[in-house]
Write a protein that binds this ligand. Structure first.
Ligand SMILES: Nc1ncnc2c1ncn2[C@@H]1O[C@H](COP(=O)(O)OP(=O)(O)OP(=O)(O)O)[C@@H](O)[C@H]1O
Ligand SMILES: [Mg+2]
Length: 574
């Protein structure tokens, strides 16, 4: 119920249209009630007394009523779809907006396909409930109440007899409703599983092919597909049992009417036309009951979907602006970590007691074995995560006290894995600063050693680079990513050097681009190349979440500790 009320909030802006739509539904449904009444009039007034005038009147009445019914039908269908679609747009946007606000940790716990399924499948299920179910609910509700009223008017004892079957039907619906709700939730979950496997299988097609794991993936998909089948069949089974049970109960009611009503006509307590009309009303009663039970199932399905959608909306971002957060003004680029500890999972420290201070414009190289916490250090500066204890300051200001937007605007990140968007080269560079002019984009590309290869491509800056930039080489992608950071012109730079080996030529071009990018910025480089490390003002040596050594290349070599060991193993050969 609370979920339904919450859904109705989204309908609120369209409440006027909703009222008109419901009036249309009611009027269109009333026209249906008129049909059995015609039968009564024809039998009792026209056929029995051979009345020509009544025949003409009834005939014109039918034409008018059905014309009006058409008009109202148009109104109900058009308006309800309008409202349904609008509500869906609003919910979909709200969910997407919220997803964009949620912290990285939220995404790490969930699969992409699952999240996509919330916005596509689940939101669509909600729309179905709003439009289809709303129309049926009102139409059939009207038919039910209207038919019953007329039936009472025609012969109340006969109506009561008919109604004895109703509680039976109600109880059946109750029992089956619970089962339906469960099985519907299962179906949506299975659908999300399929989307998720599909998403992975399609986006990771390169890896799959390179390991020749097609059969494995097909098997995985087959399994999900089959589980989906089983969930669907469970639902169908329930539905298939429900309908005959209800219909059988209705048939018993009809028999009772014919038997008792027939006696009443024979005893002259009821006209023949009334009995026929009554029968038609009574038989028609099974329609609304049948449809309402289906609507009931659909609404249960939609509520389960709506619950998942609302669960997303109710998730609080772990990292948010604190109340009263200020804008971070243009910074110089002092960065300090004061006794920082951090855990991804409680009890498993990824960083402990990290203490460091960096001057504006310094290049800081972070080195250490895999899993030492290098990326983690870099992740804390733009507040992708908050430290478990300790604080980080920029120009002496605690970064928790400023807005995320103003903080991240002044930090440029060139990740290890370059991530580009489907679109043109130009739009990908422009992503760094959306209001940049064309010559600024070109200058950034030049500084990143990207201009020449871009101009060599058929459409220059307008070349479409494919999904994730798949039409570019690794080195080209990196240089576009660097151009994007140069265009952003941040005071603090975080660079996760790519480990993937490039050929000597591209390596040189990328290195040059990186050098230009670092000039005049406080740069944190998770370094893999000896050239970068040697150029750094400070080298931070990480081991198991601790900052174990700190100094210049020569100082650290002289120290003869972890750095000199790493140097011998990793870099001596190159
Ligand atoms: N999102 C995460 N959730 C849980 N644990 C994580 C997460 N990211 C990293 N870790 C753990 O934190 C520790 C430090 O990881 P981090 O990514 O900082 O290492 P790294 O020094 O960058 O290693 P590499 O050189 O391999 O990139 C590792 O033990 C890792 O397993
Ligand atoms: Mg790393």
């Amino acid at each position: 119920m609370t979920i339904y009320l919450r859904l109705l909030k989204y309908v609120k802006p369209y409440v006027k249209r909703m009222i008109v739509a419901i009036i249309c539904i009611i009027l269109a449904a009333s026209a249906n009630l008129y049909v059995p009444w015609i039968l009564r009039d024809i039998i009792d007034e026209v056929l029995a007394s051979k009345n020509m005038f009544m025949l003409n009147a009834i005939a014109s009445g039918i034409v008018v009523v059905f014309f009006l019914r058409g008009v109202f039908f148009f109104g109900q269908t058009y308006l309800m779809s309008y409202i349904g679609q609008k509500v869906i747009i609003d919910i979909r946007e709200a969910v997407y907006r919220h997803l964009q606000r949620l912290s990285l940790s939220y995404y790490e716990k969930r699969r992409t396909g699952q999240l996509m399924s919330y916005i596509t499948n689940d939101v669509a299920a909600v729309q179905n409930a709003l439009v289809e179910s709303m129309i049926e609910l009102v139409t059939e509700g009207m038919t039910l109440i209207g038919s019953l009223s007329v039936m009472f008017y025609l012969h109340w004892q006969l109506t009561l007899l008919t109604l004895i079957t109703a509680p039976l039907v109600g109880q059946t619906m109750n029992v089956f409703g619970k089962k339906l709700r469960k099985s519907s939730a299962l179906i949506q979950e299975r659908a999300a599983d399929i989307t998720s496997v599909l998403q992975e299988g399609i986006s990771s097609v390169r890896v799959i092919k390179s390991f020749a794991r097609e059969d494995y993936e097909i098997e995985r998909f087959k399994k999900q597909n089959h589980q989906n089948f089983r969930a669907q069949m469970k639902n169908s089974q329930i539905m298939a049992t429900l309908t005959p049970i209800i219909e059988f109960t209705a048939a018993i009611g009809v028999t009772a009417i014919i038997w008792y009503g027939g006696r009443e006509v024979i005893n002259n307590n009821l006209t023949a036309g009334s009995l026929i009309a009554f029968l038609v009303y009574a038989v028609n009663l099974s329609n609304p009951i049948k449809r309402l039970s289906r609507v009931y199932g659909n609404i249960q399905k939609a509520l389960a979907a709506a619950k998942r959608v609302f669960d997303v909306l109710d998730t609080q971002p772990e990292i948010e602006d604190m109340p009263g957060a200020k804008e971070l003004a243009q910074i110089d680029g002092h960065v300090a970590f004061n006794n920082i500890s951090f855990e991804y999972k409680p009890g498993e420290p990824a960083l402990s007691g990290v203490q460091l201070a960096v001057q504006p414009g310094q290049v800081v190289a972070i080195v250490g074995p895999s899993g030492a916490g290098k990326t983690t250090i870099a992740n804390l500066i733009p507040r992708f995560y908050d430290p478990t204890s300790g604080d980080i300051t920029i120009d002496g200001i605690d970064i928790k006290t400023v807005t995320l937007k103003s903080l991240r605007q002044q930090i440029g990140i060139v990740p290890q894995e370059t991530i580009l968007f489907n679109g043109s080269v130009y739009s990908n560079i422009l992503y760094g600063r959306l209001d940049a002019k064309q010559d600024e984009v070109v200058n950034a590309a030049k500084a990143a050693n990207a201009h020449n290869f871009i101009m060599d491509m058929p459409d220059g800056y307008d070349t479409q680079i494919g999904e994730r930039g798949s039409k570019l080489s690794g080195g080209q992608r990196q240089r576009i990513s660097i151009a994007r950071a140069i265009l952003k012109n941040p005071r603090i730079l975080i660079l996760d050097e790519a480990t993937s080996a490039l050929d000597t030529e591209s390596e040189k071009l990328v290195q040059e681009a990186v050098d230009k990018l670092m000039v005049g910025r406080t740069s944190f480089v998770i370094a893999h190349r000896l050239s970068t490390i040697k150029r750094a003002n400070v080298i931070l040596v990480m081991e198991r979440g601790k900052l174990v050594e700190q100094g210049t290349h020569d100082e650290l070599l002289a120290l003869g500790g972890l750095y000199s060991k790493l140097y011998q193993v990793q870099f001596q050969s190159s």
